[in-house]
Design a protein around this ligand. Structure first.
Ligand code: SF4
Ligand code: SF4
Length: 732
């Protein structure tokens, strides 16, 4: 070993020792913070499915590849990081001796070939990612950047480290070529040989370059160890467990879509007949009341901003960005952690748990952080502003986009639950809706005995459950379908089409009550459970004696469809629920309904969030429309998984939209930009919002918003009454 190698070896050992010590400390700290969360025992079920999903999602980059160029570049960088870590290991042999290399594999040409090409593709990948980050920098002129609010220096730092480590990998190899220490052939390692051709024959070059490569890698490790909230770096390790522990590994896309998590306390679902707010946790009031998976979610965020770029609230000037919400919760959790780890925290009655002695030497910043309300205005020092919390439509675009499977909607609703159930703090307009649900069983407060009014004037009898011997489908009408003028047209169109196709169906009539969706999404789990239990009982009675596959329900409202099909199981109600567009598509393909007259003027389709993104039903409504117009649908730029919300989900239908541009106006402008004369929808709330948007733009005479079922009815029975242009009743 020469004198240069003695120095490089000592320096490499020293910086590595410091980095490893700091990294171990950082991992222990992160583990301790994540363990502060509440139990989530269900996350340990189905380990086989979880492992398979984690491998597919990470190795295949299935979520990232939605953004094809970024996804491909990121894949090469990820593979480069994993495989080229071996080359960092090899550098430790090279600081000791210029001819050093990994034992055994280091002598294989195939190893030289694989690392050479992964290095080259990794270089291309990181340059692409750097260019994309620069092109989308928040300071660029014009447009909304997905990186707004991200800690930009961290992203640049990580990218430069990757770039330099890759470059120095080739410099080391180049010096090996120049000093005749390189054993791989030119055909396998062309770039290394090309670099070697321009480097001098300097024998110490290999060890010095290897030391620089180690120093860069260890500097990275030191920096990220000193910044445990640096998700852009830590996600390389945390993404694996975060994907493994996702809510539902069986789901093809965001596992936090579809049903909401039941309200839990100590890891067990809460039963309101026995729950006690002094003993049980009602929603989330403190950051440590999220489950440990919630805290893992916050730690894993890469700050990529994909969620933010799709969020309807953020895109229309509201203060909510799902990314910034996650980052605020993460930073708060880590800043408060020293206080919590010392034994601090409030019990469910608000009393401090720690003794004075435990908090005597506590850092003042941690104490100050502990005092911040989780939900509060800037003046109150709140972590999340109420306007942020209540701007969410629960559309799920953030969950759908997130490459590391963060479950934003669950976290938002958990915080809403505490605000509504314990603090009674929510936008006052929604109070009328909640009162109507409790007292009248529907958000409009309409009399229950008018639930069947929509049947009046139909030229056939609509059978009720109990009045018919048998029925194949229970037609769940929903509150909008029963009380809201425009939605009643859809209900009548569906009933007419089912009758026309000879489907045997029956309604519950006055036995039906609200599915509970608006109560659950606003956070009022108590009212949700009350309504849901009542419906589950009614439905179980209606289907008495039938196996699950024969307990069939057809619903026109995607919110009811989602709640009945995905959430009633949490309360003992197992049903086979289909959306009316699915059933209609089936009836057309089976030849039971025949579209005869093409609907002209151009048709575009707005995907309702709770049908499309939350439940992956994209094809059926398009098939029905395709058959009805006997031609091509005109798609909006944002469609299917990337559809843009109408603004009504998450009980936003019942709240005033006071900040920024109206979401429905944004969507209507997009729909009208296609030139289509008909905007087809599959949801009564979307219908109301888009109709209001069209009328607000003064385009009501030129553009019509209408349900898919009505479009089909016009084609199947051109003489049937149409007319969907009635105004909705105001909530009262
Ligand atoms: S659910 Fe929709 S509105 Fe809510 S934060 Fe996510 S993207 Fe934004
Ligand atoms: S929450 Fe997910 S999509 Fe949003 S910034 Fe973080 S990692 Fe990206």
């Amino acid at each position: 070993m020469g004198s240069v190698q003695i120095v490089t070896t000592i320096l490499a050992a020293a910086i590595t020792a410091v980095a490893v010590w700091l990294a171990v400390r950082a991992v222990m700290k992160m583990t301790a913070v994540i363990r502060l969360g509440q139990p989530a025992p269900e996350r340990f079920a189905d380990k086989g499915a979880r492992t398979a999903k984690m491998l597919v999602e990470t190795a295949g980059h299935t979520r990232m590849l939605k953004w094809s160029v970024v996804g491909a570049a990121h894949w090469f960088v990820m593979v480069g990081f994993i495989v080229l870590s071996l080359l960092v290991l090899e550098a430790y042999f090279e600081v000791v001796t210029p001819g050093g290399g990994l034992p055994i594999v280091g002598h294989w040409t195939v190893f030289g070939l694989a690392t050479e090409w992964i290095g080259i593709l990794g270089l291309i990948g990181i340059v692409v990612l750097m260019a994309i980050r620069l092109r989308n920098r928040p300071t660029r002129p014009g447009g909304l950047s997905r990186f707004t609010g991200s800690t930009m220096w961290q992203g640049y730092f990580v990218e430069w480290v990757v770039l330099l480590v890759l470059i120095f990998g080739f410099v080391i190899r180049g010096f090996k070529v120049a000093t005749d220490h390189f054993e791989y052939p030119v055909w396998a390692t062309p770039l290394s040989h090309a670099v070697g051709a321009v480097l001098p024959d300097w024998s110490a070059g290999v060890s010095v370059a290897a030391l620089i490569k180690i120093a860069i890698s260890m500097t990275w490790l030191i920096v990220i160890s000193l910044n445990v909230t640096m998700g852009v770096a830590w996600h390389r390790f945390l993404a694996f467990p975060n994907i493994f522990f996702k809510r539902d590994p069986g789901k093809p896309a965001g596992s936090g879509l579809g049903p909401l998590r039941p309200m839990t306390s100590e890891g067990k679902p809460l039963d309101f007949e026995e729950a006690d707010p002094e003993k049980d946790q009602f929603g989330v009031a403190q950051v440590e009341q999220f489950t440990w998976k919630g805290l893992l979610d916050f730690s894993t965020c890469t700050e990529c901003g994909r969620c933010q770029s799709q969020c309807p609230a953020w895109n229309t000037g509201k203060p909510l960005s799902p990314k910034l919400l996650v980052l605020s919760l993460r930073d708060h959790a880590y800043a408060k952690a020293p206080y919590l780890l010392a034994g601090g925290g409030k019990d469910l009655t608000g009393e401090e748990k720690a003794t004075e002695a435990q908090l005597a030497h506590m850092d003042v910043l941690a104490l100050a952080e502990a005092d911040r309300p989780l939900i509060g205005t800037a003046e109150e020092g709140g972590v999340i502003d109420p306007d942020v919390l209540w701007s969410c439509t629960t559309c799920g675009a953030c969950v759908e986009q997130c490459p590391v499977d963060i479950e934003h909607v669950d976290h938002i609703v958990d915080m809403r639950r505490y605000q509504v159930l314990i603090e009674s703090s929510f936008p006052s307009e929604a109070g009328v809706m909640l009162r109507n649900l409790e007292n009248k069983g529907n958000p409009w407060g309409a009399p229950q005995n008018t639930r069947e009014d929509w049947t009046k004037g139909l030229d056939f009898e609509v059978p009720r459950v109990g009045e018919v011997e048998d029925f194949e489908y229970l037609f769940w009408v929903g509150c909008a379908g029963a009380f809201e003028d425009r939605a009643k047209k859809t209900t009548r169109a569906v009933a007419t089409l089912l009758n026309e196709a000879g489907v045997s169906f029956a309604i519950l009539g006055e036995g039906e009550t609200c599915s509970g969706d608006p109560a659950r999404r606003i956070g009022n789990e108590f009212v949700f459970q009350m309504l849901a239990q009542q419906n589950v009982e009614t439905l179980n009675e209606a289907f008495d004696g039938r196996e699950k596959s024969k307990r069939k329900i057809v619903a026109t409202c995607p919110h009811c469809f989602n709640t009945l099909g995905n959430e009633y199981g949490q309360l003992g109600g197992e049903f086979e629920v289909v959306h009316h567009t699915q059933l209609l598509a089936h009836l057309v393909s089976a030849g039971k309904l025949t579209p005869v007259q093409p609907v002209d003027g151009g048709v575009t389709y707005h995907d309702p969030c709770y049908l499309g993104r939350h439940n992956r039903i994209f094809a059926a409504p398009r098939e029905v429309l395709g058959d009805s117009i006997q031609g091509e649908l005109t798609e909006m730029p944002r469609n299917s998984e990337r559809s843009f919300c109408c603004g009504a989900g998450g009980a936003r239908m019942w709240m005033e939209e006071k900040i920024g541009k109206r979401i429905n106006v944004d969507r209507v402008e997009e729909a009208m930009s296609t030139g289509a004369k008909t905007i087809a929808v599959g949801c009564p709330f979307c219908s109301t919002m888009l109709n209001d948007g069209v009328n607000g733009k003064g385009a009501g005479e030129d553009v019509e918003v209408v349900d898919v079922a009505s479009v089909l009815l016009r084609s199947v029975k051109p003489d049937a009454p149409a007319g969907e242009k009635q105004t909705a009743p105001t909530p009262g």
